[in-house]
Write a protein that binds this ligand. Structure first.
Ligand SMILES: [Zn+2]
Length: 157
C-alpha cells in the first residue's frame, strides 16, 4: 500500500463542478443522510477529530458517521457542514474510492485533460449522467469499473 491509501483524498473535500451546478441535489442528499445505508440506523454528524484523531488539520471538517459500521462521508466545505459529499462509505467502499482516485486523478493532474473532460469521458463510458459521474457517489462496483477504465488508459478521449 502506498501512503496514498492512508490519506483522506483532498478531492473528497474540494468542491466539484457538479456540486456547484446542482446544489439542490445535495440538499436532497443531506435530507436522506440520516440513515446509514449499511445498517439502516441513523448516522451522526461528527467532527473530523472523531474520524481522523491524528489529523488536527481535519478537525474542523464535518462528517456523517455510523460508528458500528465504520462508515462515513465528509461534508461539503463551503456550507455550514451538513451537506455530504457523497454516500456514506464503509472501509471497503473507501478503499475502492481511493483506488478509483488513484486510477483517474492522473488523467487531469498531468494536465493533458481538464478534470471536467476526464469526468465527462467517465460518464460516457460508464453510461452515467455527468452529475452522477463523481467518485464520491460511486458504489464498489462502479469504483471497480472506473478503476478498470482508468488503468487501461481508456479515459483519454
Ligand atoms: Zn451503519
Amino acid at each position: 500500500m502506498s501512503t496514498y491509501d492512508f490519506e483522506p483524498n483532498p478531492d473528497d473535500y474540494g468542491p466539484e463542478p457538479a456540486h456547484i451546478a446542482n446544489p439542490s441535489k445535495f440538499d436532497k442528499l443531506a435530507s436522506q443522510m440520516s440513515d446509514c445505508p449499511y445498517c439502516g440506523k441513523p448516522s451522526k454528524l461528527v467532527g473530523g477529530n472523531v474520524i481522523y484523531p491524528h489529523r488536527p488539520d481535519l478537525a474542523g471538517k464535518w462528517f456523517w458517521h455510523c460508528s458500528p459500521c465504520d462508515a462515513y462521508v465528509g461534508c461539503h466545505p463551503t456550507t455550514t457542514g451538513k451537506k455530504p459529499l457523497g454516500r456514506l462509505a464503509n472501509a471497503e467502499l473507501r478503499a475502492a474510492k481511493m483506488k478509483a482516485h488513484a486510477a483517474i486523478d492522473p488523467y487531469w493532474r498531468e494536465g493533458r485533460l481538464s478534470r471536467h473532460a476526464v469526468y465527462a469521458n467517465l460518464a460516457v463510458l460508464m453510461n452515467l449522467q455527468k452529475r452522477e459521474a463523481h467518485i464520491g457517489m460511486f458504489d464498489v462496483e462502479q469504483c471497480r469499473k472506473a478503476i478498470q477504465l482508468g488503468t487501461n488508459a481508456l479515459l483519454w478521449d
